[in-house]
Design a protein. Structure first.
Length: 505
C-alpha cells in the first residue's frame, strides 16, 4: 500500500455532507493550506505520481501534507459525529456529570446522568443504560447513600441486574446469528436434509434463548427475527422466511430512531426478502423492495455503504429481469448501472465483485454473445484464488462448463468435473443439478438431428422436474437456471420464451 492509499480510501468513503463539512472546518485552520490542495487532487482522482509532480513544482512537502490531512479529516469526522451521534451526546452528558461531581455539585451531576439515561433508554442503548446506572450507584456510594432508603438502593441494583441480563441475552443472540451467517457465507445454503440438520444446534440454542428471556427489547427482537428468517431461507422454507423478513422490516419501520447509521441490519433484511422472492420465483413482488434499496442510496450515508447498496440493488434487479426472460432490459441495465459499478469495483467487497462479474457472464450467455461471456469469465479466473472461498465460485465453475461446451473445448471436461466433485464431496452430497449438468456437457457435441435431440431431451425431463420441485435445488437455480438452458439447447426453443413461461406459471 503506497503512502497516499489509506488517505485516498478515507476520502472516497466520505459522504457529500462530510466533504462539505470538512471544507468548512478546514477553512477555519490557519497556516499553509497544502493539505487542501492534496484533498482536492485526491478527491478529483489524480494519481500519486501526478500529485507528487504538482507538489514538487510548488516546492511543498507531500509527506507532511499527507500526515496532516489524514489527522485533520479524522478530527473533522469526530467533531461532526459529536453533533450527529446519539452515543456521543450520551457520553457528553456523562462527562459533564463527572466534572460536576468532582466539584461537589452532586445535584447537577445527577441531573446530567438522568439526561444521559433518558437518551440511552429512548434509543435502547443497553451498554450505556448500564453505564449510567452504575455511575449513579457509584455516586450514591461516595455520598454514603444520603437520602436513599435500603429499598430504593436494592431497587436501583436490581435495575442494573436487569440490564446485565438483557445484554447477556442480546450478546448470545448475536453470537448465534454470526455463526449462522459465517456458515452460509463460506459453506453455502443447505442442499440436503443432512446439511439442514447440521444447523439444528443453532436453532435449538436460539429457541432456548427466546423461551428463557423475560424482556424482549428492539435489539433482541431484531436479532431473533433476523436469525429465524435467515435459517428458513437457508433450509428452503421460503414462505416462513418471507414472513419473518416482513416482520423484521415492520419492526424497523416502527422504530426508525433505532436504525443504525448506516442501517446495516435493515439492509440485511431487505436483502433477505429479495433473496427469498428470487428463490420462490415471485419476481413481480421484487420491485417494491428494490425501491427500499433505492431510497437508501439517496440518504447521506458513507460512500462505501451506498456503493454496496447500489451493487445489491443492481444484482437483484438484473437477476429478476434475467429469470423472467427480459434479457434486453437486463443488458441495458448492465450497460448503465453495471458499467458504473465496474468502474468502482475495487471499492466493493470481494463477494460483490464476484457477483458482478458472474452477472455479466450470465447476461452475455442469455443474449447469445458467448465471446463476451468468456471474456468476463476470464476476469474471474485471472484473480487466482481470490474468489475461491465463496460459495458462488462453485457456480462460476459450473457455468464455465457450459461455456467450454459451447466453445467446443471438450477435453476440458474430464479433469474439471473431477475437481468440482472433490470440492463438493460429491459422493456424500449427490446434488441432482450438478449430476444433470455433468451428464449434459459430456453429451457434447449435441446431435444435429431434431429426433436425436428430442430423444435426449426425454431422458432429461424427469430429472429436471425433480430438480425444479426440490426446495434445496432451487437455491442453485436462483443464480442461473441450468434446467432452462438445457431445455433451450435440446428443444431449440428460445431461452427467453422458456423463462417467460416459467415466470408466468
Amino acid at each position: 500500500m503506497n503512502k497516499t492509499e489509506p488517505l485516498l480510501i478515507l476520502i472516497k468513503s466520505l459522504s457529500k455532507s462530510e466533504k462539505r463539512y470538512f471544507r468548512l472546518y478546514s477553512g477555519l485552520q490557519s497556516g499553509d493550506k497544502a493539505y487542501r490542495l492534496l484533498f482536492d487532487l485526491l478527491d478529483a482522482g489524480y494519481s500519486e505520481e501526478e500529485i507528487g509532480l504538482q507538489f514538487r513544482q510548488k516546492d511543498k512537502s507531500l509527506d507532511m501534507a499527507v500526515k496532516y490531512l489524514y489527522k485533520l479529516i479524522l478530527d473533522c469526522l469526530v467533531k461532526l459525529r459529536e453533533t450527529q451521534n446519539i452515543q456521543t451526546k450520551i457520553f457528553n452528558h456523562i462527562s459533564k456529570a463527572e466534572i460536576l461531581f468532582e466539584r461537589e455539585l452532586s445535584g447537577e451531576a445527577f441531573n446530567e446522568l438522568a439526561k444521559a439515561e433518558k437518551l440511552a433508554v429512548t434509543f435502547e442503548n443497553g451498554p450505556l443504560i448500564l453505564l449510567t446506572r452504575r455511575i449513579k450507584l457509584k455516586y450514591l456510594s461516595a455520598l454514603n447513600f444520603k437520602g436513599v432508603s435500603e429499598q430504593e438502593l436494592v431497587s436501583k441494583q436490581m435495575k442494573v441486574n436487569e440490564v446485565i441480563k438483557y445484554l447477556r441475552n442480546v450478546n448470545q443472540h448475536l453470537q448465534l446469528y454470526d455463526i449462522l451467517k459465517y456458515r452460509l457465507m463460506y459453506k453455502g445454503y443447505s442442499r440436503t436434509n443432512k446439511q439442514k440438520e447440521d444447523l439444528n444446534d443453532l436453532v435449538l440454542s436460539e429457541l432456548y434463548l427466546i423461551a428463557n428471556s423475560s424482556y424482549q427489547g428492539f435489539e433482541a427482537q431484531k436479532l431473533h427475527l433476523l436469525f429465524q428468517a435467515t435459517y428458513y431461507l437457508n433450509s428452503g422454507n421460503i414462505k416462513s422466511a418471507i414472513r419473518y423478513y416482513r416482520e423484521l422490516i415492520t419492526l424497523f419501520e416502527e422504530n426508525t430512531h433505532l436504525i443504525l447509521n448506516p442501517p446495516m441490519y435493515y439492509r440485511s433484511a431487505i436483502q433477505g426478502i429479495l433473496d427469498s422472492l428470487l428463490v420462490a420465483g415471485l419476481y413481480h413482488e421484487m420491485p417494491f423492495f428494490l425501491s427500499k434499496l433505492k431510497d437508501m442510496e439517496q440518504k447521506d450515508y458513507p460512500t462505501g455503504f451506498v456503493l454496496e447498496v447500489k451493487a445489491m440493488r443492481y444484482h437483484y434487479d438484473s437477476s429478476r429481469l434475467v429469470h423472467s426472460g427480459h434479457f434486453e432490459e437486463a443488458k441495458s441495465l448492465l450497460d448503465t448501472e453495471g458499467e458504473e459499478l465496474f468502474e468502482k469495483i475495487s471499492l466493493l467487497g470481494l463477494e460483490n465483485q464476484l457477483k458482478l462479474h458472474l452477472n455479466a457472464v450470465i447476461i452475455y450467455m442469455c443474449i447469445g454473445k458467448l465471446p463476451f461471456a468468456r471474456k468476463c469469465m476470464k476476469r474471474i479466473f485471472s484473480s487466482g484464488k481470490l474468489f475461491s472461498p465463496f460459495p458462488s465460485y462453485k457456480l462460476v465453475r459450473l457455468i464455465n462448463l457450459l461455456l467450454q461446451a459451447e466453445s467446443g473445448n471438450y477435453d476440458f471436461f474430464e479433469n474439471e468435473i473431477l475437481s468440482i466433485k472433490r470440492n463438493i464431496n460429491y459422493e456424500r452430497q449427490s446434488y441432482q443439478t450438478e449430476k444433470l449438468l455433468f451428464k449434459f456437457v459430456q453429451s457434447y457435441p449435441l446431435p444435429s438431428y431434431e429426433k436425436s435431440r428430442a430423444k435426449l431431451w426425454q431422458q432429461y425431463q424427469k430429472t429436471i422436474q425433480k430438480i425444479e420441485c426440490s426446495k434445496y435445488e432451487r437455491q442453485l437455480l436462483k443464480v442461473f437456471d441450468f434446467t432452462s438452458w438445457i431445455e433451450h439447447k435440446l428443444t431449440r426453443r428460445p431461452l427467453a420464451e422458456i423463462l417467460i413461461g416459467k415466470a408466468a406459471g
